[in-house]
Write a protein that binds this ligand. Sequence first.
Ligand SMILES: C[C@H](O)CC(=O)SCCNC(=O)CCNC(=O)[C@H](O)C(C)(C)COP(=O)(O)OP(=O)(O)OC[C@H]1O[C@@H](n2cnc3c(N)ncnc32)[C@H](O)[C@@H]1OP(=O)(O)O
Length: 743
Amino acid sequence: MRILQFESSETKAKQSHHSTMAGNRGHTLMEVGRDGVAIITIVNPPVNSLSFDVLRSLKESFDEAVRRDDVKAIVVTGAKGKFSGGFDISAFGGLQEAKERPKPGWISVEIITDTIEAARKPSVAAIDGLALGGGLEVAMACNARLSTPTAQLGLPELQLGIIPGFGGTQRLPRLVGLTKALEIILASKPVKGKEAFSLGLVDGLASPNDLVNNACKLALDILGHRRPWTASLYKTDKLEPLGEAREILKFARAQARKRAPNLHHPLVCIDVIEAGIAAGPRTGLWKEAEAFEVLLRSDACKSLVHVFFAQRGTSKVPGVTDRGLVPRQVTKVAILGGGLMGSGIATALILGNYPVVLKEVNEKFLDAGINRIKANLQSRVKKGKMTKENFEKAMSLVKGVLDYESFRDVDMVIEAVIENVSLKQQIFADLEKYCPPHCILASNTSTIDLNLIGEKIKSQDRIVGAHFFSPAHVMPLLEIVRTKQTSPQVIVDVLNISKKIKKTPVVVGNCTGFAVNRMFFPYTQAGLLLVERGADVYQIDRVITKFGMPMGPFRLADLVGFGVAIATGMQFIQNFPDRTYKSMLIPLLQEDKRAGETTRKGFYLYDDKRKASPDPELKNYVEKARSISGVSVDPKLTKLQEKDIIEMIFFPVVNEACRVLDEGIAVKAADLDISAIMGMGFPPYRGGIIFWADSLGSKYIYSRLEKWSELYGEFFKPCAYLAARAVKGIPLSASVEQVKSRM
Ligand SMILES: C[C@H](O)CC(=O)SCCNC(=O)CCNC(=O)[C@H](O)C(C)(C)COP(=O)(O)OP(=O)(O)OC[C@H]1O[C@@H](n2cnc3c(N)ncnc32)[C@H](O)[C@@H]1OP(=O)(O)O
């Protein structure tokens, strides 16, 4: 084993610190040991991303290492246990606006290929923590790689609307074969070090402590011809023969088209890989560089980069997370209600390693609740996401109870009973009595005002909404609802729990429907209004699905069930009577025992496999609803273009999102983008509801809504927030301060 021995004076003399400019966008450090191995460390916290400064510095370090007579071989690693999280995503904006545009191929050809891979001294990447995107691409250009067994290695660029741009499309297939490379790139799914070793992506494994020493040894072994000196770009042994490769690529194209018909960049990626296989890796590299430049400027990339940062921004809440509060430890959580929601929430918590007490009113309901949790976990075992052993461990974390005795030492309670105000009020009064005074009192209500739920108790600062989406152990969003009295400490605590159970949190204010359901409501309402005036149910659903939603408003209503649709509808009619469109279509269907998917009949008919098909009978119900509403068919609405359908369904959603912002229910527009993507299934490559709206312009949206409100009533009336921004021609995402400063 190689021991790094640096005498302090020598270390100083031989340490190079390559850093460009005064800005702190990272650098590399180079140390040369007595054995003649130069260790180049990427330093750019928190994830050692490859900024232009880091890349320049990396090239300088390599050039210096090659130049210096005392350097025999090179090891590249990352500071603080992380190799590199890839190209600096925050630099994308500058590139898109051409503020900083390096000459084509500067990074992938000049630095990665002609400096690192072509160096006259062998190099080894020592990978701990993560090597993602550009990080892995740097590592693949080294002559060998060592990693820790748990390090994550991957090329997740497609998730950002781009393709790997530092040679990844060429080197990965040559290291692991085409099929596996496509799987890793197209699914943006990293592999762990252990798997990377079995695939040939890395040449050996080492513990974090031995990693760099072993890498140095390997570099010297390569120099001494005891191990092969390989340039990944020119390897051919793992590549399938051309004919076979073309078949694999053809299949991959078909899969990509099926999986994401609106996305172009996965197909570009496959083309670039093919170019390299057919015409040689150097041609492939240039093709990759060209395609990368174009995709970087695409709407999909701009939207997905926005989503990347917006998602990380939701847990930064002004006035709450900037106070230096430390989350308190939550060691036990109680859940009231073992129904679909309660058992899903319990599953999510157990998966986050929280011991859970599940309370029901009788043995029968309790058993059903526990069985639901069991089934949720068992389905993970079936899918290979959980071992049998971990299943047993997870089940041992749940305890079923029928009374409040076990609530005396819980740190948080989540109430998940039916949406009944007086029942919830009674429960909160009991909770105040039985739970310790520090215990967080949360409700999973999706629509009821929290002030009403907690009306009868004193502990107002402990009340918070924890609104999960069904199925709670699967859906990624958690709406954290605060009232005017909820303490910042409680919000910080719940934010921390959401992180532990791997949910993206959005902190919202208290109102009927909060953020997500308020935005969702006009989605179905707009559909009903259009259908009563002559538009076709199935065409609307088709167009909206093509736009990128998982399902259109009518298929969704069937899934949710008309019982729930009518109950939430009533809440909205009561709270927002002016703009609620009152259609009798759903109640009429419900009256005829067509309550959606569970009854096998709703807007659609369902077969044994739950496959939906249109129902010719539906038109009779539509006619009846139309006559009750007293509206007549508008010939214009019977032949709507796709664009019109999209706008008439989504502009009311945008309008409601604007109200939510105006009322301060959401603190920033980007939070609503994430809410729409994760709560409603809005396509991420459109950047979220407000981001998408801003791509069309506030003026345009305002003028369309204004016109429809004249023709079809108050439902479409643009709100004051939208009007103010349209008049000034500024984006909907502009904060109130930004609007004022433009006055
Ligand atoms: C040319 C090339 O082929 C193109 C590329 O390389 S594109 C980049 C490819 N890399 C990626 O897509 C990886 C993106 N990052 C991630 O997936 C995750 O951040 C991670 C797995 C690295 C770390 O996850 P986690 O520990 O949960 O921390 P997370 O909160 O996500 O990130 C920590 C911070 O690093 C930032 N960050 C992460 N990766 C970054 C990157 N590549 N560039 C710039 N900032 C990055 C985050 O924005 C966040 O900043 P904040 O603290 O100010 O909010």
